[in-house]
Design a protein around this ligand. Structure first.
Ligand SMILES: *Cc1c(COP(=O)(O)O)cnc(C)c1O
Length: 402
């Protein structure tokens, strides 16, 4: 198998094999093409790359370290586990990496407002942060149900100067927030910028967000090589839309001996339709949000209900590059369920003093399950995509620690 270089995909039409593309109405196609053209221009410009690199260093705090989880590894008794600490970034997760890039792009294009939806509020806070830093108005649409559930994030967005638009229609959660944000964007796509929160949506977003997240893998590969004189045997990350995973994987795609593993949320079990979000494990190729990709759909072909204890993984689609990497067999996609995730959350907290995001705990759960099956001279590198402060109250309640 010959995995293509990052630079070679997607093709000019935004396809990774048969996945991706730009399935949008004609007037939006022009807006997407404008973004693709502007991005192609700035990615080659030294002033843009220098500005982004400077912010990643001095504002985000990059490079994030790799921490060797010695006590966890010893207790599990198998392979050694290493954590890429994206949880140490400013705002507490990997999302700030692509939000800074997207807002810089919006500024370069002379846009007057950045719009997005948010579910749990993580993308909203990271985007509001980047917009505050760059001085551009930010408008985040959020379901009323989520607003009540995730109040600290709503407060943060407002403190950061962002307009939070409550969405009360239908179930008043993420799907309705997407519809509402998109309607606002359609009012003036020439002057507004829709900042997508993962490697999903129509071309060029899966490529743009991947490129901005690729810093994670570039750093990690070099750091690991410098410290150990070799590459890890396994590289793993949780997969929602897939941005933290593709950010880590991209640097290793051509290292044929490095096994790449994406961990999807099995929720209450992959055989309970509507109670998991394991898109590549249980879904089929289809269309969602302007792209061809694997989708969890019901009999009528509409996106299915999804569930995960980690709201950031709760998505019935997946980035098209992951669909491609699954089909060519370069990445293996597995699952971890809610209970395994809670166990991993507590175990990492108590044995290493690191409280992971529930999303990231899926990757930790996979490592905990896998390490004992491997040899002590083998290494697992996982992406700790975010910190668990946001989840602490929920977990405490769930486990009766309150
Ligand atoms: C949003 C989020 C995710 C899921 O998004 P991806 O695009 O799949 O990376 C994972 N971890 C954390 C901490 C998040 O906030």
């Amino acid at each position: 198998m010959n995995a293509p270089l990052q630079a070679q995909l997607p093709d000019a039409n935004g396809y990774f094999g048969k996945y991706g593309g730009q399935l949008v109405p004609p007037h939006l196609k022009k807006a997407m093409d404008d973004i693709a053209r502007a991005y192609a221009e700035i990615r080659e410009r030294k002033d843009f790359q220098d500005k982004l690199a400077g912010l990643l260093q001095d504002y985000v705090g990059r490079p994030s370290p790799i921490f060797y989880a010695r006590r966890l590894s010893k207790q599990l008794g198998g392979a050694q586990i290493h954590l890429k600490r994206e949880d140490l970034n400013h705002t507490g997760a990997h999302k700030i990496n692509h939000c800074l890039g997207e807002v810089l792009l919006a500024k370069f294009m002379g846009k007057t407002k950045v719009i997005a939806e948010t579910g749990a509020g993580q993308h909203g806070v990271a985007l509001a942060t980047a917009c505050a830093l760059m001085g551009i108005p930010c408008e985040i649409h959020m379901g009323q149900v989520d607003i009540e559930k995730e109040h600290p994030n709503v407060t943060k967005m407002r403190i950061l100067g962002c307009t939070v638009v409550p969405v009360t229609r239908g179930a008043a959660t993420l799907k309705e927030a997407v519809d509402s944000a998109f309607e606002e964007y359609l009012k003036d796509p020439e002057h507004f910028f829709y900042a997508i929160g993962s490697v999903v949506g129509p071309h060029p977003f899966p490529m743009v967000v991947r490129d901005f997240q690729a810093v994670v893998g570039r750093e990690a590969r070099q750091q690991f090589q410098d410290k150990h004189g070799k590459l890890p045997d396994y590289v793993a990350a949780c997969v929602g839309g897939g941005s933290n995973a593709i950010g880590l994987f991209t640097a290793f795609l051509n290292d044929a001996l490095v096994r790449l593993v994406g961990v999807e949320p099995a929720g209450e079990g992959v055989d309970k339709a509507g109670r998991h979000a394991a898109t590549l494990t249980k879904g089929k190729p289809g269309q969602i949000h302007g792209m061809e990709t694997y989708v969890l759909a019901n009999a009528a072909g509409e996106p299915d209900a999804v569930h995960s204890i980690a709201s950031g993984l709760d998505y019935p689609g997946i980035g098209p590059e992951h669909s491609y990497l699954k089909d060519i067999g370069r990445v293996e996609y597995v699952t971890a369920d809610d209970q395994e995730c809670l166990d991993a959350f507590m175990r990492l907290s108590r044995i290493e003093g690191i409280i992971p995001a529930l999303e990231s705990a899926h990757a930790v759960a996979w490592a905990m399950r896998t390490a004992p099956t491997l040899r002590a001279d083998q290494n697992i590198l996982i992406n700790l995509s975010g910190r668990g402060d946001k989840d602490a109250d929920y977990v405490a309640k769930n486990l009766g620690l309150d």
